[in-house]
Ligand binder design. Sequence first.
Ligand code: HEC
Ligand code: HEC
Length: 251
Amino acid sequence: MAGLPSQLTAQEKLADAGQQVFASNCAGCHGADGHGGERAPNLATVRSVISKSDDDLESIVKKGLPGLGMPPFAYLGDDKVKSVVAYLRVLQGKTTATPVTGNSTAGRALFFGKAQCSNCHMVRGSGGFMASDLSVYGDGQASSAIQHAVVTHAPSPTSRGVKVTTKSGEKILGALRAEDNFAVTLLSPDGSFHTYDRAKVAAIQYTSESLLPKDYASRLSPTELDDLASFLITTAAQASATEKPAKRRQR
Ligand code: HEC
Ligand code: HEC
């Protein structure tokens, strides 16, 4: 960690101290660079870890994960625990805030208005249930990567659109949430779960493609896409700074 000490922010100093703590207490299991070792998982590039708040990470480090092989480190004391979490953020590449080039207020208006993202996606408790909650999606993401995701809207293995036609002729469109030999459960756009007995189902069509809007490159201008990405980045930063992210979906 080169650099003039006088130019280090408090956060950088903390992370600097955390590097030693990590090397002597964590690297043996999680790997020298935090990318995982034989005895413990990757902490650096896994979204479920990156999107956790500092408080949550500190709590995991202090209490450990009993029964799962992660020992408790409360004995290190609060300062060292805080410092090692600050260093985890360095390993995760989150030391410098993602530069936001667009107007996030305009992006918010687009999300809930003209671009209709909130018909399907939720952000911090408002919006639809059909697709993933984007409250923390922008965390650590570059604007260009978010814009790419929006214009391509590729299907995700965890969110399959499905159309169920029952023997009585009812047709329901939703996101597949569970499926076995006896029943199929889907989440409809209004947020309610529906479970159908397979014996009463006439047809199940997997329509993941049809739930994916593919026309944003033509519907939105480059400035609008930049504004939307800025909104998602800003929202995620606020979520991790102020509260636990609302997690509606297991990933
Ligand atoms: C003895 C090996 C071991 C050591 C030492 C260790 N860990 Fe872990 N850690 C684990 C294992 C195993 C898991 C995964 C538990 C599970 O979820 O199955 C884990 C999980 C975690 C998680 C949660 C990851 C997630 O997916 O949410 C964090 C954060 C973490 N460790 C941080 C640390 C830090 C920081 C240190 C050093 C202070 C440390 N660990 C030291 C074994 C270790
Ligand atoms: C008709 C429903 C619908 C609309 C409208 C919609 N999306 Fe999506 N979106 C989806 C589905 C379905 C997926 C794929 C899987 C998932 O994330 O649930 C997805 C995926 C995404 C992803 C990738 C998520 C991930 O975890 O990989 C982003 C980012 C995204 N949408 C942003 C937006 C934005 C921004 C808008 C508005 C401009 C928007 N979406 C409008 C349905 C929609």
